[in-house]
Design a protein. Structure first.
Length: 350
């Protein structure tokens, strides 16, 4: 039995940052994740994707962000159960929980924080004849290694942030980038839309809107696609076709834990601490939902912070704490590279 204060389900950026905030409160954390390494979607699907909305970083690679988070929490020595899926949960009489994975590993925790992002996921695929044949033969649903597209002709389809961001990034990598969207309006960030428009005017990106891929061509590998605007068809030669239509999320076994779920997301009380309908179980990051919810890493960091404060109060009834800024008090338990703080970040008062 693995013992911990907070059991975090999901080793994405929100789950990792929760370890840091819990560490400031002297709370131990253990993380379960179904992937073989920390990082969640950022590591598995978008390791090279640039992220533009992390404070203090004009741009940071997804994998770099995870590396930095892992370095940040190393001082608090969290435990990891990787390549296993949280399957069942039992609430004990004292209010604590036992979570068992699909491989039988048991974890005993005073609180559970679900930070599973979108849960398990698979790409939304366009309805095209012979699409499956071309998978790994020029059809790619994720950009794991941008160098694969070095000096190649690529067609990206989609109207969201991923399609826009990768069109921008790959314009400096690929020999030719064509962005296709079935509408004239994009769903992504306005700044990204403006950047794509600028690159179009510079001749670095071709844009076809409205347009839709209706056929894929090639013998052993993609050699081109047919794009239709509803009136005429045109054949565009390319080496790779990248449809970026988002992911289909699935909560997996968590959906059977008795939680209030709305549209495949877990309902939480955002007015207080992001607790679910079951006391002691929290949901933070993209996995939760509440009025005004924004699925941003930044929002997940905020939710993780308030969750940890709530857990501290829950498992330390009758104690008050004085929150001190880390810029003033430092952090206890550094790895030796910095002088140990003279005062703790959180001082318990009986």
């Amino acid at each position: 039995m693995i013992e911990t204060d907070i059991l975090i389900i999901g080793a994405g950026p929100t789950g990792l940052f929760a370890v840091f905030e819990a560490g400031l409160l002297k709370l131990r954390c253990h993380i379960i994740d179904g992937l073989p390494q920390p990082g969640g979607q950022l590591t598995e699907l978008y390791p090279k994707k640039p992220i533009f909305d992390i404070p203090g970083y004009p741009s940071v690679g997804a994998a770099e962000l995870i590396d930095n988070l892992m370095e940040q929490i190393k001082q608090f020595e969290p435990g990891f159960t990787l390549n296993e899926v949280a399957e069942t949960i039992d609430k004990l009489e004292d209010g604590s929980f036992v979570v068992t994975t699909n491989k039988g590993t048991k974890h005993h925790a005073k609180a559970v924080a679900i930070a599973g992002g979108l849960g398990s996921f698979e790409p939304r695929k366009p309805q095209l004849e012979n699409l499956g044949y071309y998978e790994d033969k020029g059809v790619e649903y994720f950009v794991k290694n941008p160098e694969l597209f070095r000096d190649k002709k690529i067609v990206i389809a989609g109207g969201g942030d991923s399609a826009l961001d990768w069109s921008i990034f790959l314009s400096d990598v690929a020999a030719d980038v064509t962005l296709v969207h079935r509408r004239n309006e994009f769903r992504g960030a306005l700044d990204s839309v403006e950047k794509v428009q600028d690159l179009k005017h510079q001749g670095k990106i071709k844009m076809i809107t409205p347009g839709e891929i209706t056929a894929i061509h090639g013998t052993d590998h993609v050699s081109g696609v047919t794009i239709s605007d509803g009136v005429t068809d045109q054949l565009i030669p390319c080496d790779y076709y990248i449809p970026l239509f988002g992911l289909t999320p699935k909560l997996g076994p968590i959906a059977n834990w008795g939680l209030d779920i709305e549209k495949n997301a877990i309902k939480v009380n955002n007015a207080l601490d992001y607790q679910t309908n079951i006391e002691g179980i929290y949901a933070i990051g993209d996995v939760n939902t509440y009025p005004g919810k924004l699925k941003l890493i930044l929002c997940g960091f905020h939710e993780a912070t308030l969750m940890c404060q709530s857990v501290y109060n829950r498992i330390n009834p009758g104690k008050k704490y004085v929150l001190k800024y880390t810029t003033v008090s430092g952090i206890d338990g550094f790895d030796g590279s910095r002088k140990e703080a003279e005062k703790p970040v959180v001082k318990a008062i009986d």
